[in-house]
Design a protein around this ligand. Structure first.
Ligand SMILES: [Zn+2]
Length: 215
């Protein structure tokens, strides 16, 4: 969430930066046009000076001199204007560069954040791997034979596959179990099946059976 928000912010700023860049470039173009104006003004003035040297009358001479004076005044206004524009252009450029730096900095922060997220993900992945290993371990521990017997009984004995032995009687078929079956149940080593119905047996209360055995 934070990551996406920051990315969006940076993208917004990049759009602003592009706009600022365009504005700066357009302004530079404007200065270029003004400079061209200045050049043509200078050419005109130079031309007028040449003409002034070729006139025959004082009247013509004064007229051209006045024209040159006017153009020189315009030229100086334009020069001031260009100087002002250049100052402003330099400011714009500076703003652009510092904005660019800010975005670079934020980009670096984002990359750092991304690195953290990636390392967190690696940790989580390692955790998942660990859990997988544990599951595999427990799967191998689970007796597949027991599972098979259980599934077989569930499908054949009306879904009652495991029944208790109470008072030496299988509660699945109500037949007495043999002493051997009881001993096997008491040892708790293997799965014990009823000799009559084949269901898996367990002792409901091993103490009770033991006490009966002792009598
Ligand atoms: Zn039985």
């Amino acid at each position: 969430m934070i990551f996406k928000k920051k990315l969006t912010l940076i993208q917004q700023k990049k759009t602003e930066l592009t706009k600022l860049n365009e504005e700066t470039k357009n302004y530079q173009k404007d200065i270029g046009i003004k400079e061209l104006d200045l050049k043509s003004m200078e050419t005109e003035i130079a031309k007028l000076r040449l003409q002034m040297n070729q006139v025959k009358t004082n009247k013509e001479y004064s007229a051209i001199k006045a024209e040159i004076g006017g153009k020189e005044a315009n030229k100086s206004v334009l020069e001031d204007e260009i100087l002002g524009m250049m100052t402003k252009y330099e400011e714009m450029n500076q703003r652009f560069r510092s904005f660019e730096k800010t975005i670079e900095h934020e980009n670096a922060q984002l990359k750092e954040l991304q690195k953290h997220v990636e390392s967190d993900l690696t940790t989580i992945d390692a955790g998942i791997q660990e859990l997988r290993k544990m599951r595999n371990k427990y799967e191998t521990l689970l007796d597949s034979d027991a599972l098979q017997h259980y599934n077989r009984l569930v499908s054949h004995k009306d879904a009652v596959a495991v029944v208790p032995v109470i008072n030496k009687v299988c509660q699945g078929c109500f037949m007495s179990v043999t002493a051997q079956t009881l001993n096997q149940l008491l040892s708790g080593k293997d799965i014990t099946f009823c000799n009559s119905c084949g269901r898996i047996l367990y002792l409901n209360n091993s103490n009770e059976v033991l006490e009966e055995e002792e009598k």
